[in-house]
Design a binder for this molecule. Structure first.
Ligand SMILES: [Zn+2]
Length: 323
């Protein structure tokens, strides 16, 4: 699978720089990504060697993570958050699987000294799941630890990008005083997926971001999608623009302050912004499904509150409210 995808991308976009991140299904047995050299890390290091520098391949082989300078002043950090994923039994009792925490801190510290900006990518997201109450995708202790590190380095991190849920969702990291400091995006998948807890699936999606070439701050995003029902009826795929973030929500950019203001609007009863957000959450799978009461509380709290304490307070506060 990884080999097919790698070769397909290289065939159609031979000049395109590509920065991959490992997912929980990229290993067998599923989810059990290990903390040292193995055949799979070795195989992906070989497959991705046209895209990554030798230094990146060294840590990729050892622990499934790497960092690479994209251009002067901009660094990409690709984490293996599968090491912290709840069903991963191999790493369950380790304090720092594959030494990734130490490596991440050292990498960010060096980036700060070198006046670099950083984009973080990984498969399993930090924070709370937007569709399951009080549930983090990672083990809770690991979530707390990562959130802490990201707060400490929020001045140099210009964006965080995750996957895994197959859905389209946002998070805004607040610092310890409640100030918005990081924009975090969970990008919907090309593959549809229906969780047993949910009454809906997602359409396939891909997206494009616009960033400022001076400080690499994020300005906007274009979300494209494929209406699967229509594609099946017509027997041909017709990818279309689903939305442009700033236009869809009337915000000036996708910086932490702007996303924070938007997310506050979600809290209003019958918020039009929230209904739109929820339709996009499913990648426009079905705009007649609404999300109210507990569904909405869980969604709204997950946007702003990524650590246990603040998330619990949010759920408590909104419980029985009129969302
Ligand atoms: Zn996944």
């Amino acid at each position: 699978m990884i080999s097919n995808m790698t070769h397909t991308i290289r065939q159609f976009f031979p000049q395109l720089p590509v920065y991959p991140a490992l997912g929980n299904h990229d290993y067998w047995p599923q989810d059990q990504l290990p903390v040292n050299e193995n055949d799979i890390y070795e195989a992906v290091a070989k497959l991705w060697s046209p895209w990554l520098q030798p230094e990146a391949l060294v840590t990729l082989r050892k622990g499934g993570f790497y960092s690479q300078l994209i251009k002067p002043g901009l660094r990409l950090v690709s984490l293996n958050t599968n090491l912290y994923y709840s069903p991963n039994k191999v790493t369950a009792n380790m304090s720092d699987p594959a030494g990734q925490y130490q490596w991440l801190q050292d990498t960010l510290e060096l980036s700060r000294q070198n006046m670099e900006r950083v984009y973080v990518i990984a498969h399993v997201p930090i924070g709370y799941l937007p569709y399951a109450k009080s549930t983090t995708a990672m083990r809770e202790g690991d979530n707390e630890r990562l959130v802490d590190i990201f707060r400490n380095y929020s001045d140099i991190i210009q964006g965080q990008f995750y996957g895994h849920t197959h859905r389209d969702s946002l998070m805004v990291l607040l610092d310890r005083k409640g100030k918005p400091v990081n924009s975090i995006f969970v990008t919907p998948a090309v593959t549809p997926y229906r969780n047993f807890l949910e009454q809906y699936s997602n359409n396939p999606g891909i997206r494009m971001y616009l960033y400022n070439s001076q400080d690499y701050g994020l300005q906007d995003l274009w979300q494209f999608y494929l209406n699967l029902t229509e594609a099946n009826q017509e027997e041909k795929p017709n990818w279309r623009l689903e939305y442009v973030m700033t236009k869809a929500f009337g915000i000036k950019d996708i910086q932490p302050e702007s996303l924070h203001e938007l997310a506050l609007k979600f809290e209003a009863p019958e918020s039009k912004e929230f209904q739109k957000y929820f339709t996009y959450f499913m990648v426009s799978y079905n705009d007649t499904i609404t999300c109210t009461e507990e569904c909405k509380t869980v969604q709204v709290c997950s946007v702003h509150f990524l650590d246990h304490k603040s998330y619990s307070e949010c759920v408590q506060k909104l419980k029985g409210g009129d969302l």
